[in-house]
Design a protein. Sequence first.
Length: 318
Amino acid sequence: MIAIIEITKKCNLHCRHCGIGERGKDLPLSALLHGLASLKDRFNDFRFVGGEPLTTPDRLEKAIDLVTAWGKPVNITTNGLLIKQLRHRLENWNLYGVCLSVDGSATSHDTQRGKVGAFAAVREAGHILAELGIRIQVSLCLTRLNYQDIGEVYKFCEEVRADFLRIQPMVPLQERNLEILLPPHELKVALQDCAKIRGTVDVLVPRNLCLLPQAEHCVAGELWIYVCSDGVVMPCIYAPLPIGHLGADPADVLIERAKFKEPALGCRTCEHYLSCRGGCRGGSLMYYGDINAPDPNCWIAKDNGYIEQFLADKNPTI
């Protein structure tokens, strides 16, 4: 099992695709470390995210030291802006890997991330990590702004010898996200282009995108849980359904509560269900107000009328 831990809600960017909503105060460091210890026996992979985890390097370092002392791998996800500044500390953190968020070419990345120079910083960060011999993964949040720039991001992955490029279609969790949401059929074309990429770096396509090679289904509540910076635990960042609190609820209880035991009701008859498990429940909740609705990113659901049928069954006319 994987524990994805928000080290802090603090961030040095204001990204247009960000789905993190309101949070309480970050847990005190002592509560964070106590909570991590409660996960030790049931989780074998820890991934520290934010916000931006490198904005609180002392806090992050304490968490890394604790987990690596157990012999468990630690990854962090970062926008890369502080890698150069913290280079010498990263050398001593015994990280298994670093996931860099790269969202297009210089123009589209900076636009989506809301900061001129953000792309130049993450590109430099990639080369620094490569020099340090730290494993690199790259994640691209796919939107209207950058879907034509996948090839550019792939070239960057090859430059820094990344382990893989993960394509993450944006899940709309806030109203402002809808402005840059890629419609299902444009998303389909973009992902078909991903499937044609050939090179030294693997391309991973997640969730309901089951028609492509190397597609993954959603593993929220199946292989991981998500811990918010205030200690609230959810199945996934994209499924904002509180299931407990870090340190207060035993790990076994959190794992059981996190599982989606049934398929999305609107997808039960789809021939691809075993590949995708009903898509992203968080996107369904935001877009249709119901976690059992089909994934709004799914072109199969759109073409086959699953969405319309689900809404009609839910709200029959009288």
